[in-house]
Design a protein around this ligand. Structure first.
Ligand SMILES: CC(=O)N[C@H]1[C@@H](OP(=O)(O)OP(=O)(O)OC[C@H]2O[C@@H](n3ccc(=O)[nH]c3=O)[C@H](O)[C@@H]2O)O[C@H](CO)[C@@H](O)[C@@H]1O[C@H](C)C(=O)N[C@@H](C)C(=O)N[C@H](CCC(=O)O)C(=O)O
Ligand SMILES: Nc1ncnc2c1ncn2[C@@H]1O[C@H](COP(=O)(O)OP(=O)(O)OP(=O)(O)O)[C@@H](O)[C@H]1O
Length: 485
């Protein structure tokens, strides 16, 4: 591709020589390590490192042009100075890959909880009704039916545009994280449908306050096409605010919820049968394939999305019931003694609340809850999580999650301090996650529930006594121990 096409739409701080417009560009890289001959290197000032310090490395590897934010002179290759290198990366990547999003039905989902579950529900409804669909999110990216490992929930703009160009699918449903939004990872992308699930206490280590966390999430809706639809859960107070803001801007909003002004209004829930009834002329009954009120909301969001892209109501209602579920989201097993074991990715106070309440509503006799806190991550949600579990569970075991840089003994004393302050006598500490699960399963019987939250589909980052690599493997090990030789 020639430079003149590549920089279309890019605002430059410096002027460039006219003969440069014909420069042929072979590829783009935002890491000097990935530069090849004839590439453009985009220098980004990051959170840990600064791409500007790696410019000479990029040139050594063959970069024939560099883009960055600093004022730099006398480079051996041309240099383009921009205001914001992350935005520039988005524009360049979109141009380089030929704006692939413009040829697809684009669906973006944001919110604290429910993005993954809702995106898999939407994919299911689309595909069951003849629309092939890529997924980009926390667990993996799925493109043309193949799974591709994801490093971020929302990929960098460079990876995102590359994946979009690779996709032959009709539609793309992607989780759009607040980090992705503040870091301009969706720069240059316009969506046909944008969803807001809810906003709860999370990532305040990064955003500072709920207000700025909300502002970050709301940016997704600036990427809605003029004729696109916003689907917003207004039973969430931040969703209600978003709905008001979007209506003021003249956007097309399909609000969902119990409030009177909801476009798709919930008349009632039936938790026993996992259904919700809409307050419409037909009193539409939506069957959630997964337990819990939160999954009824996820199902309604997916229903609204499918409706907005033109799938017939009858077809949606019949295909939603055979949704197979999502890895690590309320996955259920039964032990030999008849206890129910749940593995769930809940890692926010609200998600933990929903998970434990769902177990209670399903008739759990005694609930043992196993969970932990991630080292170096949002510490402000820990108090609320302990308070919730100490109220709802009959016993809770605080254990290791990902320690990151925190030594295990430091984490243990932190747990002990937090539990003394905010917990009660139902709480125990067992730093070996697999032993905590074993202990909980061994001491549970028919009708009891063991609810393991926090890691969901993820692999362990640490070794424990039982040689397993995930909560699901540990549960399987306990439920079906390996046969002796
Ligand atoms: C804190 C954070 O968000 N970091 C993200 C950010 O990295 P960064 O640009 O700050 O990277 P950096 O290490 O400081 O490096 C700066 C620049 O120097 C370059 N470099 C570096 C070394 C070198 O030798 N040569 C070189 O050119 C790097 O390639 C980079 O361009 O931009 C990268 C590319 O987009 C992201 O992959 C990376 O996500 C990291 C891995 C991460 O953990 N992010 C989390 C917080 C995150 O984004 N999470 C959300 C989900 C949250 C949720 O649960 O809802 C997500 O969307 O994943
Ligand atoms: N609508 C919802 N409201 C509250 N909690 C939910 C909702 N949907 C799912 N959860 C809970 O949150 C957990 C994570 O769900 P899911 O992976 O769908 O959300 P997510 O937004 O993708 O999360 P993350 O950004 O951390 O990947 C689930 O395991 C469940 O406990």
């Amino acid at each position: 591709m020639k430079l003149t096409q590549l920089i279309n739409g890019l605002k430059l701080q410096n002027s460039i020589e006219e003969d440069l417009y014909d420069l042929v560009i072979q590829g783009l890289a935002d890491s000097s390590q990935e530069v090849e001959e004839g590439f453009v290197f985009i220098a980004i000032k990051g959170f840990k490192d600064d791409g500007h310090n790696h410019i000479s490395h990029a040139i050594e590897k063959g970069a024939n042009l560099v883009v960055g934010e600093q004022h730099i002179e006398d480079l051996p290759v041309p240099y383009l100075q921009v205001d914001n290198a992350r935005i520039a990366l988005g524009i360049l990547a979109k141009n380089f890959y030929g704006n692939p999003a413009s040829r697809k039905l684009m669906i973006g989902i944001t919110g604290t909880n429910g993005k993954t579950t809702t995106s898999y529900l939407v994919k299911h409804l689309l595909e069951q009704n003849g629309i092939s669909c890529s997924v980009m999110g926390t667990i993996q990216n799925i493109v043309n039916g193949s799974s591709i490992k994801s490093a971020n929930t929302t990929p960098s703009s460079l990876i995102l545009q590359k994946l979009l160009a690779l996709s032959n699918d009709d539609a793309v449903v992607m989780e759009v994280s607040s980090h992705g939004l503040t870091q301009h990872r969706i720069e240059g992308i316009e969506f046909d449908v944008c969803l807001f699930t809810n906003l709860h206490h999370e990532h305040l280590d990064y955003h500072g306050s709920m207000d700025s966390y909300f502002e970050a999430k709301a940016v997704l809706f600036d990427h809605l096409k003029p004729d696109g639809t916003a689907i917003v859960n207004i039973d969430d107070e931040w969703g209600e605010k978003l709905d008001r803001d979007l209506l003021e801007k003249g956007k097309n909003v399909c609000s969902i919820g119990q409030l009177k002004n909801s476009r798709l209004r919930i008349q009632s829930f039936d938790m026993e049968h996992s259904t919700l009834r809409l307050d419409d002329a037909e009193e539409t009954l939506i069957q959630s394939p997964m337990a819990g009120i939160h999954n009824l909301y996820n199902s309604l969001m997916a229903y609204a999305t499918a409706l907005s892209v033109g799938i017939e109501k009858k077809a949606i209602l019949s295909t939603i019931t055979n949704f197979p579920g999502v890895e690590g989201r309320f996955e259920t097993s039964k032990t030999q003694s008849g206890a129910v074991v749940i593995v769930d990715y809940a890692h926010t106070p609200d998600a933990v609340y929903h998970c434990l309440t769902t177990a209670k509503e399903a008739g759990a006799n005694r609930i043992t809850h196993i969970f932990g806190f991630r080292g170096d991550r949002d510490s402000s949600k820990r108090r609320e999580m302990i308070e919730i579990t100490s109220k709802i569970s009959d016993r809770y075991i605080i254990t290791t999650d990902d320690l990151n840089s925190v030594p295990v003994e430091e984490m243990r004393s932190l747990y002990s301090e937090l539990n003394d302050r905010y917990g009660n006598e139902k709480g125990f500490i067992q730093m070996d996650r697999t032993k905590a699960i074993k202990d909980a399963i061994d001491s549970s019987s028919e009708g009891d529930w063991v609810v393991i939250t926090g890691k969901g589909h993820e692999k362990y980052s640490h070794q424990f006594e039982i040689p397993t690599e995930s909560d699901k493997e540990t549960v399987n090990f306990m439920v079906k121990p390996p046969k002796a030789d």
